[in-house]
Design a protein around this ligand. Sequence first.
Ligand code: TUI
Length: 307
Amino acid sequence: MNTRVTDLLGIKYPVIQGGMAWVAEYHLVAAVSEAGGLGIIGAGGAPAEFVREQIRKVKEMTEKPFGVNLMLMNPQADAIAQVIVEEGVKVVTTGAGNPGKYMAMWKEAGVRVIPVVASVAMAKMMERAGADAVVAEGAESGGHIGAATTMTLVPQVADAVSIPVIAAGGIADGRGLAASMMLGAEAVQMGTRFIVAKESIVHDNYKKKVIAAKDIDSEVTGMSHGHPVRQLRNQMTREYLKLEKGGAPFEELEQLTLGALRKAVVEGDVVNGTLMAGQIAGLVRKEQTCEEMILEIMEQAETLLKI
Ligand code: TUI
């Protein structure tokens, strides 16, 4: 299934792994890339030198292309943008902001730049700024989200820009890939399904919660202060939403979530931790290797698209 995205990135399958903070570290990234997709290191809130180490570790494990996701709210974003160039990373995706100020530097260094966007306006702005492709990410996604759904966002972005579009949000199998192609996308980005990959270092408690999750088991916190984050419902989200409804100030809410993603991913605290996952978690039923996941998705999508 060759598309402009597989050509642009030099990958076999149009399947990209979301650059999830804490989750997308070098084992997962190398496994996805080795399986023919594109693995992406999630820089999240990490320091620049940690990201450099992650890049070097991926390079030790695979010669295939891989990328780095720069979360633009990271206080060390400038330094990470630089590390990406210094380490010769071929692909960068960005999230939670506008990567405009890094664009010239990355383009000059030959880095393929793929901003994650949540609106048509942002997609057009990124195309004008020189982006090579965009990820159109719907609100079904886990983590920090925009307002539009994948079903509505992807075709509108595909009509608005000439660069290739990658669909994200609510995609976890071959049906999602086939449907995305029908909407005008040329690849998909998946996060939630890769959380439970055998190669993923995510704590078993967290993986079990994703596998047990049903369609309506996620909540969106932080809507009132403009940073909506989708995650699985637990004691933390219940407390958070109660405080948020009562008009608690941002600083108080922030105290609840500080370090909570790490708590969930590393310590397996599924009570007070942040279990970021998308609405498609209900479809994710078992742990598999990245290769098994990608081959299964491709086979299913190819069968559907041939009909
Ligand atoms: O970035 C994501 N998802 C994320 S980042 C993240 S780390 C985090 N941890 C705790 C609290 C909050 C964040 C977890 N998940 N996805 C890409 C994405 N980008 N989704 C939406 C956007 C986005 C939204 C608004 C991109 C641009 C934008 O507007 C830019 C502007 O400045 O106009």
